[in-house]
Design a binder for this molecule. Structure first.
Ligand code: CU
Length: 123
């Protein structure tokens, strides 16, 4: 396995594993974090999308909440520090273009989506 791919694998695991991040008040006054959905995906896919224009963790949460509202998005992890959104979604239900659109609708700029291989789960 390429070392970079290994890194992505860790990122993907993080997306799948973390649902609630910070219960404290957010600077931007946004909704509560959305719990991860647990539905089985027909065509699971991961994508990392650069997000520009975020100024605090509240911004990241705002984008994350927006992404979780999309039908077909199973998990989303938006990180202000690294300016990216890692999204685990069902490609049978939603496209990366729609995910990018949601980021734009939440008031931020989205970069070029980078597909991330879904790790096969054995044993
Ligand atoms: Cu903010």
């Amino acid at each position: 396995m390429h070392p970079l791919k290994h890194l992505f694998f860790i990122a993907v695991v993080a997306v799948g594993g973390f649902s609630v991040v910070a219960p404290a008040a957010f600077a931007c006054g946004v909704d509560k974090p959305t719990p991860a959905k647990t539905k089985q995906a027909t065509n699971p896919a991961n994508v990392v999308i650069p997000v520009h224009g975020m100024t605090c963790d509240g911004c990241a949460n705002k984008v994350q909440v927006m992404l979780m509202k999309i039908q077909g998005v199973l998990a989303a992890n938006v990180v202000f520090k690294t300016n990216h959104a890692a999204v685990y979604y069902d490609a049978a239900l939603v496209t990366t273009a729609e995910i990018v659109d949601a980021i734009k609708r939440s008031g931020y700029k989205a970069g070029v989506p980078k597909p991330v291989k879904v790790p096969s789960r054995k044993g």
